[in-house]
Design a protein around this ligand. Structure first.
Ligand code: IPM
Ligand code: MN
Length: 360
């Protein structure tokens, strides 16, 4: 089959890690006889430099017309250090999410046996953890009205949600739970926020349609603690945009490195796949960034396209690289030899190519 994939390398380490993901995809294409047609598009700081716009119209068109979108990372230091700048790289990603209505952000968090020692958390606490976070991505405080008073002494961000916005992701979270451990935990702040109370009411009602799935509720402050104290109690976490942003970074501690966590952002028509990590500009061009989050994002993309064996092949290759310790420095002890970004990518692509050969 032929698939058109929009590739957004982005900023910082984005181009390096997406190059490794493409290597893995090329190996998959070879073995399983597919054609992946890559269409490169600009977004973020690099797009501002070239066009003045973090999300040029051309990028939107390429993404809309692709079967899937693979994104690297967005962001540049000069913007982080200057909050007065009006045009910012992240606006590109946020606008793309909104334009394509990628409302459902899925972030799997797993404790890989080989990486248990990489987490600062105790092995017995994280071992066996398998969580998937369903984060609402196109509404809430991220997209509410933003105001700053003329004298610069007051600012506000409005957080609002509709029942429809809550319902569509809630159904997807319950469906995911049906194929997993059959538990949904809604994370909110219903003791304080009106939007959270609407989430609770709506999710509880929808939950009745899924009697095989257990539903519980947790406040975000407690959840941030429980996810490091007792992560195994969670199966599917369902939450709003801002809480999902925060809780998914906290959950990264379980995986041993933020460099291995992938995500998908899915709407009715389009889907985008990207690492959870940022653009890590300090490491750009040094060939030290961990490419696994991008490579695993490519695996999620194949899964989404219905290419399950192909996605498994990437997953197996990633696990092999971890087993053999062919990993970048973020996953290594101080005095251990770390592989470069490109080396890890090469190993994974080779393993996919040869493993399948020997299976045939
Ligand atoms: C994420 C990122 C983004 C977000 C930023 C880059 C706007 O942190 O995808 O988690 O806050 O959603
Ligand atoms: Mn984030």
């Amino acid at each position: 089959m032929k698939y058109t994939i929009a590739i957004i390398p982005g900023d910082g380490i984005g181009p390096e890690v997406t190059t490794q993901a493409k290597k893995a995809l090329d190996a998959v294409a070879e073995v399983y006889d597919h054609i992946f047609l890559y269409k490169e598009a600009q977004m973020g700081a690099c797009a501002i430099d070239k066009t003045g716009d973090p999300l040029p119209q051309e990028t939107i068109e390429i993404c809309k017309n692709a079967d899937a979108i693979l994104c690297g990372a967005i962001g540049e230091l000069k913007y982080d250090n200057d909050p007065t700048l009006k045009i910012r790289p992240e606006q590109g990603l946020l606008r793309l999410r909104q334009e394509l209505e990628l409302f459902c952000n899925v972030r799997p968090v797993k404790a890989y046996p080989k990486l248990l020692k990489n987490s600062p958390l105790k092995k017995e606490i994280i071992s066996g953890t398998d969580i998937v976070i369903y984060r609402e991505l196109t509404s809430g405080i991220y997209f509410g009205k933003k105001e700053i008073s003329e004298d610069g002494l007051k600012a506000s961000d409005v957080c609002s949600y509709t029942v429809d916005e809550i319902s569509r992701i809630t159904h997807l979270a319950f469906k995911a739970a049906q194929d997993r451990k059959k538990k949904v935990t809604l994370i909110d702040k219903a003791n304080v926020l009106a939007t959270s109370r609407l989430w609770r009411k709506t999710v509880a009602k929808i939950g009745e349609q899924y009697p095989d799935v257990a539903l519980d509720f947790m406040f975000i402050d407690n959840a941030a603690m429980q996810i490091v104290l007792n992560p195994k109690r969670f199966d599917v976490i369902l939450t709003e945009n801002l809480f999902g942003d925060v809780i998914s970074d906290v959950a990264c501690v379980i995986g041993g490195s933020i460099g291995i966590l992938a995500s998908s952002s899915v709407g009715e028509k389009n889907a985008l796949f990207e690492p959870i990590h940022g653009s890590y500009p300090q490491a750009a061009g040094k060939d030290i960034a961990n490419p696994l989050a991008s490579i695993l994002s490519a695996a999620l993309m194949l899964e989404h396209l219905g290419l399950h064996d192909e996605a498994d092949a990437i997953q197996r290759a990633v696990e092999k690289s971890l087993d053999l310790g062919i990993t970048t420095q973020d996953l290594k002890g101080k005095n251990q030899y770390a592989a470069s970004t490109a080396k890890v990518g090469d190993f994974i692509a080779d393993y996919i190519a040869n493993q399948e050969d020997s299976n045939m």
